[in-house]
Design a protein around this ligand. Sequence first.
Ligand SMILES: O=c1[nH]cnc2c1ncn2[C@@H]1O[C@H](CO)[C@@H](O)[C@H]1O
Length: 360
Amino acid sequence: GHLVLVSRIAQLEVELHLHLDGAIRPETILYFGRKRGVPLPGSTVDDLLKHVSYKTPLTLTKFLEKFNHYMPAIAGDREAVRRIAYELVETKAKEGVIYVEIRYSPHLLANCHVDPIPWGQTEGDLTPDEVVNLVNQGLQDGERDFRIKARSILCCMRHMPSWSPEVVELCKKYQNNSVVAIDLAGDENAKVDNASEHKKAYEEAERCGIHRTVHAGEAGPPAMIKEAVYLLKAERIGHGYHVLEDPELYKELLRAKMHFEVCPWSSYLTGACHPDFGKHPLTQFKKDRANYSINTDDPLIFNSNIDKDYGIVKDYMGFTEEDFKRVNINAAQSSFLPEKEKQELLNTLYAAYGMDPSAS
Ligand SMILES: O=c1[nH]cnc2c1ncn2[C@@H]1O[C@H](CO)[C@@H](O)[C@H]1O
């Protein structure tokens, strides 16, 4: 009878690590490819996904090449940039996410005032600044229509230190107008000459009260995490799996309650972790009651959604409903929202989870 309806605890989620350009609907890529006459590797959703998504581990470097297949259809188009942001909020709302931080590189969606112009585009008139404006509009329209909260994080790219000064300037210009933080994404094993530009950008972010996260220790060694924390003053670590190879550092970060943005299915497909989920760093994080969230990362390329990642940790790592509550409370606590909004988010979760706020 009707009692069955209450048997499943309504699980509301908080997602902190999600790439806008790794979460585009294939239908939207096909639409803009056709509309703009940009050739794509397939003309149906299935064909396109055959090239863009995959099921067995690649290297991080090979995974990052997947973006080449479809970004030319989206980058440089105002309507497309605004729409992918809007649609991602809709997708997340349908998955039960009530607060999401969406990250992207403004430069990788632009076709002017960016050097080099990405994806082999011819020069146009969409600047990184206007990209941020368009994404903000999409996110804000999505928040209104789908009644969840969405904020954004602007990415510096490891291999493009020359873009980083503008990334932090855009964070400042749009601070708390959707934008809450700066990130450093891309291939952490790539050799970079001008890495001091990243450091300068992060110093400026700290000076201006802009929150900081860094992709580190995903495919790279624990030294990258050290650098992220102590040099770049990261408040959260994107992935961070390889922290376990430096027990001293791990102990320090546990003590400091450093937040790890864990992406289970992503970590399998990028070859970041041992393919046996029973040996995944998350099992250790769980034992140690570390501070972490569970995230999808690039659901287009990983052909996934939040249920996939929750399913993996439930089936292979023994996560229970109670564990998921704690994960999401930690995520909310480590979110980059201003204090008052963070409290509101926490209160919403406590109420939904039937928890006493003072008991956590
Ligand atoms: O798992 C990841 N590790 C490192 N970089 C990534 C990952 N997923 C996406 N990006 C990079 O971040 C850019 C901005 O969103 C993407 O274009 C991609 O190059």
